[in-house]
Design a binder for this molecule. Structure first.
Ligand code: 13P
Length: 259
């Protein structure tokens, strides 16, 4: 593995797909196809309504459970929202925060996302902080600036001691659900820039331990090349996470590289 100090992490973001029953079927298929591989970390992130049943379906496996969002407040009058403690009580270990769909469709800004990151860490949940540029931003050469600012603002107030609990996902908005993937070189360039910002924030040693996932039309066919890049430590998978065969195919590609 080129990034020897970091274990690959493959996370499936099911988005608003799969009810509780369908979620269990998919989780059981993933468990049976995956076997007991431990060289790669695997997380599934079903909708809230399937967390409990999917959690039970994966309880005997090495697969971990993630949520797709989380409210930063501990409790109270926040109709429709879910707290970190509620997630912890269902054995959730990871929370996707600041996904571009939440930024674009639900108007989440960096300051709000930062509150979520801090609340997740305070509650022993590992944030998967999502960052990424739009097509317009890429075409005007703003990618590195945009992504760096999202990282700095998203991680404000995060101490070095928390570095190992942080996961970052670089998801170019134009590559999500479009079938267009960043080339491995394009993705690597941004991942390296993210790691540079992380080392400014957390110190080089800690930054080397943070896993930076790529997301955006990753599938078994393009995963080997992307995952072979030195700063790509895994994937955040949308469409291809909805069938066991393709999701497990990506995990297998990572396992192959991990050796
Ligand atoms: P796709 O894999 O469907 O492009 O989605 C990526 C994503 O948004 C994962 O969070």
């Amino acid at each position: 593995m080129s990034n020897s100090s970091r274990k690959y992490l493959i996370a499936g973001n099911w988005k608003m797909n799969k009810n509780a029953t369908e979620g269990v079927e998919l989780a059981e298929d993933i468990v049976s196809q995956l076997g007991s591989k431990t060289s790669v970390g695997v997380v599934v992130c079903p909708p809230y309504t399937a967390l409990e049943s999917v959690g039970k379906a994966i309880s005997e496996s090495n697969i971990q459970l993630g949520s797709q969002n989380m409210n930063p407040e501990a409790s109270g009058a926040y109709t429709g929202e879910i707290s970190a403690e509620m997630l912890r009580s269902l054995f959730v270990t990871h929370a996707i925060l600041g996904h571009s769909e939440r930024r674009a469709l639900f108007h989440e800004n960096d300051a709000f996302i930062n509150k979520k990151v801090l609340a997740a860490l305070a509650n022993n949940l590992r944030p998967i902080l999502c960052v990424g540029e739009t097509l317009e931003e890429r075409e005007s050469n703003k990618t590195i600036d945009i992504v760096s600012a999202q990282i700095r603002k998203g991680l404000e107030g995060v101490g070095e001691d928390q570095a190992e609990n942080i996961v970052v996902a670089y998801e170019p908005v134009w590559a999500i659900g479009t079938g267009k993937t960043a080339t491995p070189e394009m993705a690597q360039e941004v991942h390296a820039a993210i790691r540079k910002v992380l080392s400014e924030l957390l110190g080089e040693e800690k930054a080397d331990k943070v896993r930076i996932l790529y997301g955006g039309s990753m599938k078994p066919e393009n995963a080997p090349e992307l995952l072979a890049q030195p700063d790509i430590d895994g994937g955040l998978i949308g469409g291809a996470a909805l069938t066991a065969r393709s999701f497990v195919g990506i995990v297998e590609a990572a396992a192959e590289l991990a050796g």
